[in-house]
Design a protein around this ligand. Structure first.
Ligand code: HDD
Length: 722
């Protein structure tokens, strides 16, 4: 406890039930300490010398009685815990959830009925396959886990940034994860699905095909945490005060829209800044900003679900938004960084079994299996059944039960009674019947069998629906991603098995991949010119009939290119400068971007003050275009000359161009742009530059007026490559 605060933890019965936005922060404060003046050991003894062991004689042996030494080394020797078996790499932040529309008609959960109430939350984002020390931006699914500290106990939505999953039954989860993790004989490759064991498994698991289509879009390469969707994945159940049940799918829709990296960029970021996304999360909040999502629900009845040609209990299926639109009923705001990564982000434990009254499970066999795994894993990760007492995990709702003892027990339970029924404590704490969590009384009948329901058997229909709902650019990215990943598989038999599946999803896509793999095509893709405009147009036209889609051929809500909000907020623009740069233009750029919620970062030919008011905290040596959303080259003859002499500056521009990012140049800065390797591309664009995100001119005001909109646009596809 922080000596400055001198707070005393309340006895459990007195813990606050009036949950407010601030209350989790106050709760954590009870265990938060700041560095003090005097160094002590863990027993409170003030330390005289922490840098020299106690020894017999200046050059003699160390003494066993040196309890300061032993304690320090003992603690160090044990300061690692097992990383999460999946989702090991992640970052998190605190914030709140605010309901904007009551769902009283469907549920009696207070968190979903009390409009305007701010419930504290902790959110952790993660990759799945990589180890804890891996990078932020591999091609992978992202975890999106939200813990609501509600007054009725903790509620966790342990979701992903994709709405479906690879497998239909939890018993296959260890197989899936063993296949995707580094291969066991040589522990290669790290944080990558592009290898034999993964595709060996996937090629023999056709139920994964819909999820695999998602994995091969840029959705598996989110730009920032703040530009990715979140999904509860499973169909859950809402129950209202009258005991009526509805099904529900949970969604998180980012205010900034869902926007992604491109594959080449994401690979480079893994080297240039492996902490890219967690840094952006930290810096955004540290600078007073927020990350925000709308909370959406798709609510439907069992009768509606019975009409559809797919099973809503099958986690490899979405409920298309064109069948049931997403209703936005709340918002999630992240606004506070952790004080300590290990104590909070590493020790936080999410469980799909953390539900509150009015929200319930369904019989989705993946969800059913998850009800075991998350409780179980915390024991090996956190080491004791008392892990719910950890500050980040403990609820704000009071905890009163007869559980006692165990490693690292913190709570001091008064009294003689730790059993029920009891006469000595008046049968307290009592079971509350209908006032407690009551399971929805679903009628269930059946014969015990190890089977997969027939209604789960369509594995390609929604994969096709997904392909049909993509734009030409997205189709091109999907095809290239398949070509890359399968080309990394050394075993031809694995590649061929995968191609068979791709042909069942879409023939044009499969032919393109077959071409890239040097295999026979099947006529859907004549010519073999992968990148030609003709092929792109053909890809755009290609659709295939679907099934398991509620009769839809395509649906909204799947594309990253259509119907996404476009805001410049949270974006970072590199301003390339050298001595002699026009400082007024740099100031103007900073202002224009700030007004749109974006940031200008000066990247200099060297560190430090370049001109009055222009300080470079980044340089051409330690920064790179992949870390920015756009680039600006301001005027100033000497600056432009110096930039032209630096190959890194020209590479910066060329790569921004290739990754379809906005490029702006003012005055002499335009000369740098036109002399860079993109010159030929720019010539081909003559007259259409602005349409393709190239803003160049002598008028600073004019260029800078257009820049925030171009930054918001995110990417300008289809530029001619030089
Ligand atoms: Fe899981 C962690 C999401 C299926 C077993 N899972 C974990 C995390 C997320 C998900 C976001 C990280 C939580 C955190 O930040 O601490 N998992 C999902 C989703 C799934 C899913 C969306 C399918 C819809 N998971 C799933 C299955 C099993 C597990 C079928 C086991 C049968 N997941 C685990 C786990 C983890 C975990 C081993 C590792 C660390 C942890 O739980 O706390 O128990």
């Amino acid at each position: 406890m922080d000596p400055d605060r001198s707070a005393t933890p309340p006895a459990l019965d007195e813990q606050p039930t009036d949950v407010t936005e601030r209350s989790k922060a106050e709760d954590l404060d009870l265990d938060t300490v700041s560095a003090g003046e005097q160094l002590t050991d863990n027993m409170g003894h003030v330390v005289s010398d922490d840098q020299n062991t106690l020894r017999a004689g200046e050059r003699g042996p160390s003494l066993l009685e040196d309890f300061f030494f032993r304690e320090k080394i003992h603690h160090f020797d044990h300061e690692r815990i097992p990383e999460r078996v999946v989702h090991a790499r992640g970052a998190g932040a605190h914030g709140y959830f605010e309901l904007t529309e009551s769902l009283e008609r469907y549920t009696y959960a207070r968190v979903l009925t009390e409009v305007g109430k701010r419930t504290p939350v902790f959110v952790r984002f993660s990759t799945v396959a990589g180890f804890r020390g891996s990078a932020d931006t591999p091609r992978d699914v992202r975890g999106f886990a939200v813990k609501f500290y509600t007054e009725e106990g903790n509620w966790d939505i342990v979701g992903n940034n994709m709405p479906v999953f690879f497998i239909q039954d939890a018993i296959k989860f260890p197989d899936l994860i063993h296949a995707v993790k580094p291969e066991p004989h040589r522990e290669i490759p790290q944080a990558a699905s592009a290898h034999d064991t993964f595709y060996d498994f996937i090629s023999l698991t056709p139920e994964s095909m819909h999820m695999m289509m998602w994995l091969h879009t840029d959705r598996s390469l989110p730009r920032y945490f703040s530009t990715m969707d979140g999904f509860g994945v499973h169909t859950f159940r809402l129950v209202n005060a009258a005991g009526e049940s509805h099904f529900v799918k949970f969604h998180w829709k980012p205010l900034l829209g869902a926007h992604s990296l491109v594959w080449d960029e994401s690979q480079k970021i893994m080297g240039k800044d492996p902490d890219f996304q967690r840094r952006h999360l930290w810096e955004t909040i540290d600078e007073g900003g927020t990350l925000e999502w709308d909370f959406g629900v798709q609510i439907f009845s069992a009768e509606q679900a019975a009409e559809w040609d797919f099973d809503v209990l099958d986690p490899t299926k979405i409920v298309p938004e064109d069948l049931v639109p997403v209703r936005r009923v709340g918002r999630l705001v992240l606004n506070r960084n952790v004080d300590n990564f290990f104590a909070e982000t590493e020790q936080v434990a999410f469980m799909p079994t953390n539900l509150v009254p009015g929200i319930d499970f369904t019989n989705d066999p993946l969800l059913q299996g998850r009800t075991f795994s998350y409780l179980d894993t915390q024991l090996s990760r956190l080491g004791s059944p008392n892990w719910p007492e950890l500050p980040i995990n403990r609820p704000l709702a009071p905890v009163r039960n007869n559980q006692r003892d165990g490693h690292m027990r913190q709570t001091i339970n008064r009294g003689r009674v730790s059993y029920f029924p009891n006469g000595m404590a008046g049968n307290k704490p009592d079971q509350m019947g209908e006032a407690g969590f009551v399971t929805y009384p679903e009628e269930v009948r059946g014969t015990k069998r190890r089977v997969r329901a027939e209604s789960f058997s369509d594995h390609y229909g929604q994969a096709r629906l997904f392909w049909n709902s993509m734009t030409p650019v997205e189709r091109e990215h999907i095809t290239k991603s398949w070509a890359f990943e399968l080309s990394m598989c050394e075993l031809r038999e694995v590649r061929l098995r995968m191609l068979e599946h791709l042909y069942r999803v879409n023939e044009v896509m499969a032919d393109q991949v077959a071409l890239a793999l040097g295999e026979e095509t099947r006529g859907a893709q004549p010519g073999g010119q992968q990148d030609s405009a003709e092929e792109t147009a053909r890809l755009a036209r290609a659709t295939s009939p679907t099934s398991a889609s509620g009769g839809l051929e395509r649906t909204g809500g799947l594309s990253l290119e259509e119907d996404q909000p476009h805001l410049a907020k949270g974006r970072k623009v590199a301003v390339l400068v050298a001595p002699g740069v026009d400082a007024a233009q740099v100031a103007q750029a900073r202002q224009a971007l700030q007004a749109a919620g974006a940031k200008a970062e000066v990247v200099g030919t060297r560190l430090g003050q370049i001109e009055p008011g222009v300080e470079a905290k980044k340089t051409l040596t330690n920064a790179d275009s992949v870390l920015y959303d756009a680039v600006l080259i301001p005027g100033g003859a000497a600056s432009a000359q110096a930039l032209l002499r630096r190959p890194e500056a020209l590479h910066f521009i060329a790569e921004s161009y290739r990754h379809a990012k906005p490029i702006a140049a003012i005055g002499e800065g335009e000369g740098v742009l036109r002399a860079s390797p993109v010159a030929a591309g720019l010539q081909a664009l003559a007259g259409q530059e602005q349409e393709f995100g190239i803003l160049a001119g002598d008028e600073a005001a004019q260029v800078l007026r257009a820049l925030p909109d171009a930054v918001a646009q995110h990417r300008f596809w289809g530029r001619p490559q030089a």
